[in-house]
Design a protein around this ligand. Structure first.
Ligand code: NAP
Length: 283
């Protein structure tokens, strides 16, 4: 039976460490601050933004919210971003995605000052991840790497399979595993013989978005399983991508979902905001 990798507990531990650093930085004259912009009334976005504000409050990070109506124009949103870019008291800027369809998401991401881009979605930060010289890492893959480190799982030389190639999870995840000297295969919807590939994996990161996608026949005994997926099942319950019960009988380590990668994603945003404030303080 696999050892459960408790992302919730690790995130709580990290929040305490972040809080201490935030308090010290604030006492020394630099109060870390995150600005969160939300456009429209998407209930999921509202939920995520509220969580981000709550997390900031817990760690002593000042958070400000810019709530804008659904009909906000791209130019109006860009103007708010420009204002926050110019505000020296703001360390991190985050636009909650998705933005309404009439707004060009790419243009919005690229308008954020890369030094304040605590989501690490700006092309400059994406490039920095590629070359391994970064200030910020994208929160979900960075959270996964923290979990692996916490459980002393050495990536070097291991066969790592990432399922999913999105810009925010799969691709950067593969790069971070590569930086740790993993031998990385990226799989996606056009991959042939997926189960053959995953059965050779010693570490699998599954980021697809389909309940019970990773089944026991796709996993070798002793594999480390990271479940990034976040799905709502037919009973309205939050689930991951992994068929948990049977897979956990084979795996050596596994993340639960919920309670694995999700809380780590949240805490990495705080970590990035703290980092941005530390850079400001060092100037
Ligand atoms: P995404 O942009 O929809 O990407 C999903 C990926 O899965 C795509 O690359 C897609 O391949 C691949 N895929 C789909 N069907 C497949 C199949 N049959 N075989 C192999 N690959 C397949 O999603 P995302 O933003 O990366 O997120 C993935 C999941 O993680 C979602 O459930 C999301 O909610 C969750 N998530 C969780 C957290 C967290 O904090 N826990 C954070 C971010 C995301 P193609 O590229 O070929 O289409």
């Amino acid at each position: 039976m696999a050892i459960l990798m408790d992302g919730k507990a690790l995130a709580a531990k990290m929040r305490l460490q972040i809080k201490e650093k935030v308090e010290a930085l604030t006492a020394a004259g630099t109060e870390p601050a995150l600005a969160v912009i939300i456009v429209g009334n998407n209930p999921a976005s509202r939920f995520y933004v509220n969580n981000k504000k709550k997390d900031c409050a817990e760690c002593g990070i000042r958070s400000i919210e810019k709530a804008m109506p659904e009909e906000t124009t791209e130019e109006e949103l860009l103007a708010v971003i420009a204002e926050l870019n110019a505000d020296p008291s703001i360390d991190g800027i985050l636009v909650q995605l998705p933005v309404p369809k009439h707004i060009n998401e790419r243009r919005i991401i690229e308008a954020i000052d890369p030094k304040k881009d605590v989501d690490a979605f700006h092309p400059e930060n994406v490039g920095r991840v590629m070359i391994g010289q970064y200030s910020f890492l994208p929160c979900t893959p960075a959270g996964v790497m923290e979990i692996l480190a916490e459980y002393n799982i050495d990536v070097a030389g291991k066969n790592c399979v990432v399922i999913g190639r999105s810009n925010i999870v799969g691709k950067p995840q593969a790069m971070l595993l590569l930086h740790k000297n993993g031998t990385v295969t990226i799989c996606h919807s056009r991959t042939k013989n997926l189960a053959e590939i995953t059965r050779k994996a010693e570490i699998i990161v599954c980021a697809v978005g389909k309940e019970k996608f990773l089944t026991a026949d796709m996993v070798s005994e002793g594999a480390v399983i990271i479940d990034v997926g976040m799905n709502v099942n037919a009973e309205g319950k939050l689930t991951g991508d992994v068929d948990f019960e049977p897979v956990s009988k084979l795996a050596s380590y596994i993340t639960p979902a919920p309670g694995g990668v999700g809380p780590m994603t949240r805490v990495m945003l705080l970590q990035n905001t703290l980092k941005a404030a530390q850079i400001r303080a060092a100037k």
